[in-house]
Each structure stands twice: as structure tokens, then as C-alpha cells.
Design a protein around this ligand. Structure first.
Ligand SMILES: *Cc1c(COP(=O)(O)O)cnc(C)c1O
Length: 301
């Protein structure tokens, strides 16, 4: 059986005075509490992938990620806890004594790490390369980078069970767009969904996602890339100060790569009156807190 999260998601309200009383309600869906590394959206995207392996007597999963990838370590942990082996194809080369905290965690969960050049890594969706890898590693089940496959999107859709009808807007951070697609397609309410992309030029995701969004949902979402803070994985002292302040005010820990940028952007949008006064906004905390290990000494949490 697929492992069950350690805690249930819940909704935490945030006083609207935090954003100048300009909307009617603000709340956060705390998916970060599920598990320390299989947190947030990662558990949802992986669960049917892992279940597929268990149901079909497949003993090993293989996936892809960078040296700070939340997806990579979540896969390592979920595979391990489900009794599966895992292989991680890592972008770039890292010496054994110079691993990132994320890669070290992957090893702790007994993931076999295979380092490849950026060039090789970029062939990850190339069927021929996939075939070679499958042969080399004894036919593992291949999960695309970010869990971006059909059952990944389906699993992400299950997050909508926690989105009450009263919310007019849902905001979620977006990397591959898998979670965004899952939520938009599965949402039974009328809420409009905004995906916050933490990378430069992330608006391209709108087109990527479009191909997977159901026809009757095409006008139900948007991708915003205004708050990348220099690019994916980059940040500024201002962003870290913001995270510490947010934690002091609401006791919610944000992650440096995704959710901090989203919440910063959301507050700016609200302060610029980009949401109607009667808006009820639910932001989704997609987890990823393990990624804060690299800036731990600058955070108060
Ligand atoms: C992986 C991740 C995302 C991006 O999810 P996608 O489904 O790839 O769009 C967003 N937030 C956090 C915290 C993540 O770890």
C-alpha cells in the first residue's frame, strides 16, 4: 500500500489586515504538514505513480531532478517507505563529499544517484535515451521530472478535495505546471486559479499547461511570472526578510524556491487592487521546506 501522510492538510486563515483589508478572506491550505520531505504537492503527484508500481509488481522507480529538487528527494523517500528501490538521474556532477543537503537526503533514503551532464539531462524526454536507461537499470518505472505525467496530474487533482466552495480565487506556485493542471481540471467550484512561476520567463508555462487543461476550463487559470527574484533558485535578502516576517506574523514557514515568491507576489497584487474587494483567496502551501536547508542560518525557523 502507498504510504499515508503523517498529517492531514488543513486550512489556516490569515487576517486580511496583513494585506491592507483589501479582500474579504485570505487563507492557506497547509499541504506542507503532510510529511517533512514528501511534502505538499509531491505526495499527491507521486501517489498514483507509486501505486502503479506496487500494483504491477514493479520494484524500482527512476526519476530526474536537480541538486535541490524537492521532487527527487520526495521520490526517494516515498519509494523507500513503500518498499521500492529508486534511481535518481541528477543534473550536474557532485563529488561524494560535496553533495547538497537534498542529494544527501536522497542517499539517506537509499536512492541510487546517477550524475549526468546538462546535455544528457536535457535528453530526459527523448524516447531513445529512455530506452537506453531502461536497459541499463533493469526496467524501472520512469517518472518524468516533477512527476509530470498523467497520473501525476490526476493525483494533484485530489488536492481539490480540500478547497471549499466559498473561495473565489486559488493561488498555487508552479514549476512543471503539473499541480496547476491537476487542480484546474479537477476543481468542482468556480474559483479562478493563478499559478505563480518562480523562474524568469515562466509565463511560457501558460502554453505548456494549456495543452492539458480541459476545454471547458481554459478561461479558468493564468500563469504569472513577475516574482522570480532573479530566476529559479535565486533569491534576495529582501525575500528572506519577508519569509522571517511572515513566519513571525502567522507561524507559517515558507520555502525559498516557490511559496515565498508566490506569497510575496500575491500580497503585492492585492495591495495594487488586482483582486475584487469581495475576493476570497486560498493560497496553497505546496511544501518544499527541505529546500530551505541551504539558507537555514538566515531563517528564524
Ligand atoms: C515542486 C514544487 C512546486 C511545483 O509543482 P509543479 O507541479 O511541478 O508545478 C511548487 N511548490 C513547491 C513547494 C514544490 O516543491
Amino acid at each position: 500500500m502507498v504510504i499515508i501522510p503523517e498529517a492531514e492538510p488543513y486550512i489556516q486563515s490569515i487576517d486580511v489586515s496583513w494585506c491592507g483589508n483589501k479582500i474579504a478572506e485570505l487563507a492557506m491550505l497547509r499541504l506542507d504538514v503532510l510529511h517533512s520531505v514528501i511534502s505538499g504537492n509531491k505526495w499527491y503527484k507521486l501517489k498514483y505513480n507509486i501505486e502503479h508500481c506496487l500494483d504491477n509488481d514493479i520494484h524500482c522507480v527512476l526519476t530526474f531532478g536537480g541538486a535541490y529538487s524537492n521532487h527527487l528527494v520526495a521520490t526517494a523517500a516515498m519509494a523507500r517507505l513503500s518498499g521500492l528501490q529508486s534511481i535518481g538521474i541528477v543534473k550536474g556532477t557532485y563529488a561524494e563529499n560535496n553533495l547538497t543537503p537534498t542529494l544527501q537526503s536522497c542517499l539517506d533514503y537509499e536512492m541510487q544517484l546517477v550524475f549526468v551532464t546538462n546535455e544528457e539531462y536535457n535528453r530526459k524526454e527523448d524516447k531513445e535515451w529512455e530506452q537506453l536507461i531502461a536497459e541499463k537499470y533493469n526496467s524501472p518505472f520512469i517518472i518524468p521530472e516533477g512527476g509530470a505525467n498523467e497520473i501525476g496530474r490526476l493525483g494533484a487533482g485530489d488536492i481539490t478535495a480540500y478547497i471549499p466552495e466559498r473561495f473565489t480565487h486559488v493561488v498555487v506556485s508552479t514549476g512543471t505546471g503539473t499541480t496547476l493542471v491537476g487542480i484546474v481540471n479537477s476543481l468542482q467550484t468556480n474559483a479562478f486559479v493563478t499559478g505563480f512561476a518562480p523562474m524568469k520567463g515562466g509565463a511560457y508555462l501558460y502554453e505548456v499547461v494549456k495543452g492539458y487543461i480541459d476545454n471547458d476550463k481554459q478561461d479558468k487559470y493564468l500563469v504569472c511570472d513577475d516574482w522570480h527574484f532573479g530566476g529559479f533558485g535565486k533569491h534576495t535578502p529582501e525575500l528572506i526578510t519577508f519569509m522571517n516576517e511572515f513566519y513571525t506574523q502567522h507561524t507559517i514557514p515558507l520555502d525559498i524556491v516557490y511559496t515565498a515568491k508566490m506569497i510575496y507576489g500575491l500580497r503585492t497584487q492585492i495591495s495594487k487592487n488586482e483582486y475584487p474587494a469581495d475576493a476570497k483567496v486560498l493560497c496553497i502551501h505546496t511544501g518544499g521546506l527541505q529546500g530551505n536547508m541551504s539558507i537555514q542560518e538566515r531563517l528564524i525557523y
